[in-house]
Design a protein around this ligand. Structure first.
Ligand code: GDP
Length: 290
């Protein structure tokens, strides 16, 4: 009998959730950034080993929301935690054991599913610190791959008996156009500073995968006219780098060539605007739909 289930990657921003997902799946699916709160919408990564299928959900960081987009990010993170069969609670090894998940995340009640504490980025702690950490959780490094097999074994033992939820060869569930936006955002976090990457998003206006190269036309949005100039950069240098980064990631994922066309527009205050948030894929909060 096969086992399959949903595994939530939960924790504060920047603890290494996206990096761990990518290391487990073996593909760069989720965007990684040294800047906090880069993950906005959950990214799903699949791994099937023999009779076991893991459906990992890289969730937005659990944080106190400051504005409408962050409220939706938190709602998505909490929803992912609620639906999971197993919850991985990630925390950097160098910061020692964290408070329990319910306290750290401000949950009103403890989660239903079992919670495994995962000490991430263990390549950053001296080996003398390992035994202490191993008593409270599983130590892993997305950088070196250490601990990932052990983690998968522990999770597999907690997954319910169930038919596979996806074909065994699949690595992801989301369409290429979703990843096109994610990789453009990843590039924005890499090449833009301060508030600009947070004001940035993208929308795919045209997507043709019957052609070679695959043709993608994206509109890049920022919130202010002044940010538009920064995004384009001197002689178009910054936007060129952003496009190249995203194209490289997409080509690696697709295993084929991609032509990525970009255009910049200003969309004031979109992160605080329910209509725009809906447009960019953030589900309504329960209070807004009733
Ligand atoms: P998230 O916000 O929780 O999804 O965290 P990310 O996966 O985006 O990682 C945040 C930062 O930590 C990035 O700069 C990563 O390169 C870095 N990072 C993630 N995992 C590791 C790891 O295992 N070792 C080290 N040294 N750095 C890591």
């Amino acid at each position: 009998m096969t086992h399959a289930g949903h595994v939530a990657l939960a924790g504060k921003p920047n603890v290494g959730k996206s990096s761990l997902l990518n290391a487990i799946v073996g593909e760069h699916l989720a965007l990684v950034s040294p800047k906090a709160q880069a993950t906005r919408l959950p990214v799903v990564g699949l791994r099937t080993d023999g009779e076991t299928q893991f459906v990992f959900h890289d969730l937005p960081g659990l944080l106190e929301p400051a504005y409408a987009m962050q409220e939706r990010m938190r709602a998505l993170a909490l929803d992912g935690v609620r639906r999971a069969d197993v919850i991985l609670y990630l925390h950097p090894a160098a910061e020692g054991p964290p408070p329990d998940l319910a306290t750290a995340a401000g949950l009103t009640e403890p989660p239903r599913a079992p919670v495994l504490l995962v000490h991430t980025k263990c390549d950053q702690v001296p080996s003398a610190a390992r035994p202490g950490l191993e008593q409270s959780g599983i130590i892993t490094s997305a950088e070196t791959g250490e601990g990932i097999d052990r983690l998968l074994e522990r999770v597999a033992a907690l997954l319910p008996e169930r038919e596979f939820l996806y074909p065994a060869d699949d690595l992801g569930t989301q369409p290429l156009r979703f990843f096109a936006v994610e990789f453009l955002r990843e590039a924005a976090f890499e090449h833009l500073e301060e508030e600009v990457p947070y004001s940035f998003t993208a929308e795919i206006e045209e997507f043709r995968d019957s052609t070679d190269p695959v043709y993608i036309r994206a509109i890049l949005f920022v919130e202010r006219e002044s940010q538009k100039g920064i995004l384009i950069g001197k002689g178009g240098a910054t936007i060129k780098k952003i496009g190249q980064h995203a194209r490289g990631r997409l080509e690696a994922l697709l295993g084929g060539r991609v032509y990525l066309d970009t255009q910049v527009k200003v969309l004031p205050r979109w992160r605080k605007d329910a209509t725009q948030l809906r447009r960019f894929g953030f589900p309504d909060l329960p209070t807004e739909t009733t």
